[in-house]
Design a binder for this molecule. Sequence first.
Ligand code: BTN
Length: 255
Amino acid sequence: TSYLETKSIGRNIAYYPVCESTQTIASEKASEQAPHGTVIITEQQTAGRGRLERPWDSSANKGIWMSVIIRPEISPQFAAQFTLVSAVAITLAIEDLTDCSPAIKWPNDLLINGKKVTGILTELQADMDRVQAIIIGIGVNVNQDLEAFDESIQSIATSLKMESGQEVNRAELVAKILFYLEKYADMYVENGFEPIKLLWESYNCTIGKRIRANMLRETVEGVAMGITNDGVLELKLDNGEIRGIYSADIHLMNK
Ligand code: BTN
């Protein structure tokens, strides 16, 4: 069993047996100058937050619920791709330690057999021209059995144990995720998104599919053509128009 192999990410860790949300704690700590690589991790959240103001079921002490503060020297316009970078890092870690191979649903949900196993929530603290901190919230369903999930999500959520039939050592998986997160975050800052985009594409299950994209003001349908170097999803609508989708909730129409 091997544990933390990183230089900076995870070298400063705050562990809570239970808390409301690691994301909220991490935001506060980031404003209070917590160093690059700080990790907030808990066994159980009483008010876990998902994307689009949704609750995130993290009541069981059988998952990985953590938030990572990174301070890359990039301009705020490049921050959004960190969400795709994180999805790749977590996918590789899961592949290394289990016999599961997750598929990435744009922008960053990890699915196994069509059900969600991991959610990522990234939040940005920035000035006009400089990123102060990116807070990457990671929720992985690891050792839950079906009963651990709220009934309302039992048909759309799964865990690594449910998919592989085996318990996974959570500490080892945390260390692996942080290892790949450091590797690909560094690569992104040095070389940009292109080398990572190829990896993201090789694991994705969105491109080529017919999808419905729910956005704040409208819902559109079409075929996902690809992602740009900025991580924007290009959708071909039925009238032939190509639309760039920056942020949306995506529904895959044909699995
Ligand atoms: C999503 O898919 O909607 C994102 C879910 C993100 C959940 C994680 S669990 C650790 C961190 N703390 C939170 O309150 N949320 C994130």
